[in-house]
Design a protein around this ligand. Structure first.
Ligand code: SAM
Length: 315
């Protein structure tokens, strides 16, 4: 399957930005433009609601959005379905007292999703260490009309979990740089030029950094839920990192475990690779998306929770 053939099978996913308006009004708007609720692969003017992610619509892969007023004004956000899973699974509360961290935020799609789920309430710290990407993040937050986000141009690893600003942080999203962040890198021609050893060494380096990020997140005193996600397909950056995180001192000290499948998008069919985990249940806890097979890009999501926390969410 070529990249173009794969792309033709992925619908254009359009997230209705609930900070600006709701799904009902969005559906009305599209109907008034001549769209009808039907299969977007069969009808150019067909659109559908996604079955897993609320506020996500599917349009034809050929539909054009960049010049659309709804896109330009931030009322809709172009975001692949799999990339909507992390915020949906983290499920931050919509409360004035809520304090949440997006540790690796730019360009900001997941930040604006988190902010919408929080209904603009509480506080969302959005860290981005790269200056140029931080500028993009700021623009994106403005465009998406996020009210409760404080963008911070800093390395998440340099933040002190003991800082009183963060003492009430209960939810952390970690979507760090991975081998899939540069499109075509691991699954395309550049990667094919790499020797196996070169690729392994690059993936191991990334995995070391990703593990450090999870261990740092586990040190925040009130954190109850940590989502770790990548857009990589490699077990080295996914199951192996999660396994090492579960075996770490930080995890033991904080009593973390993987949330059970029933709390992590239970109706999604593709789960983690069981042979790469210490128990079949741990494999079931994880979510994977396979490029070309699931009508999404490649993706991986895990949810760590504290043993003591009684998980009320049924995502
Ligand atoms: N979550 C973003 C979204 O959905 O729009 C995409 C995040 S991208 C995969 C990873 C980002 O994390 C990059 O912009 C990178 O510069 C940033 N980053 C990597 N390590 C970081 C760190 N230690 N602290 C803060 N930002 C970091």
């Amino acid at each position: 399957q070529t990249g173009d053939e794969r792309a033709a099978k992925i619908p254009r996913y359009v997230r209705v930005n609930a900070t600006c308006w709701d799904m009902e009004d969005a559906v009305k708007e599209f109907k008034s433009r001549g769209y009808a609720l039907s299969n977007p692969f069969e009808h150019k003017k067909g659109f559908q609601k996604d079955e897993h992610v609320p506020n996500l619509l599917l349009f034809s892969p050929e539909s054009q959005w960049v010049e659309d007023e709804l896109y330009k004004s931030g009322k809709v956000i172009l975001q692949d379905k799999a990339s909507c899973f992390p915020a949906h699974i983290l499920s931050p509360p919509a409360l004035d007292s809520a304090v949440v961290i997006d540790a690796t935020a730019a360009p900001g799609n997941k930040t604006s999703h988190l902010s919408a789920l929080m209904r603009g309430q509480g506080k969302l710290y959005a860290f981005e260490r790269d200056k140029r990407r931080f500028g993009t993040l700021q623009m994106m937050l403005q465009k998406a009309k996020c009210r409760n986000v404080e963008p911070v141009n800093a390395d998440f690893l340099t933040t002190s979990p003991e800082d009183s600003k963060f003492s009430a942080v209960t939810h952390i999203l970690l979507d760090p740089s991975c081998s899939g962040s540069a499109p075509g890198r691991t699954q395309g021609p550049v990667a094919e030029l790499e020797s196996t050893e070169e690729q392994e060494s690059r993936l191991n380096k990334l995995a070391g950094f990703q593990l450090m990020m999870i261990k740092h997140a586990m040190k925040f005193p009130s954190v109850q839920r940590i989502v770790y996600s990548t857009c990589s397909i490699h077990a080295t950056e996914n199951e192996h990192v999660v396994r090492a995180a579960l075996e770490s001192e930080e995890s033991k000290a904080g009593h973390f475990k993987l949330a059970p499948r029933k709390d992590v998008l239970p109706t999604w069919h593709r789960r983690g690779i069981p042979e790469e985990m210490n128990s079949p249940d741990d494999g079931e806890s994880l979510v994977r998306c396979s490029p070309g097979e699931d009508a999404t890009n490649g993706f991986f999501v895990s949810l760590f929770i504290r043993e003591s926390s009684s998980s009320s969410s049924k995502r």
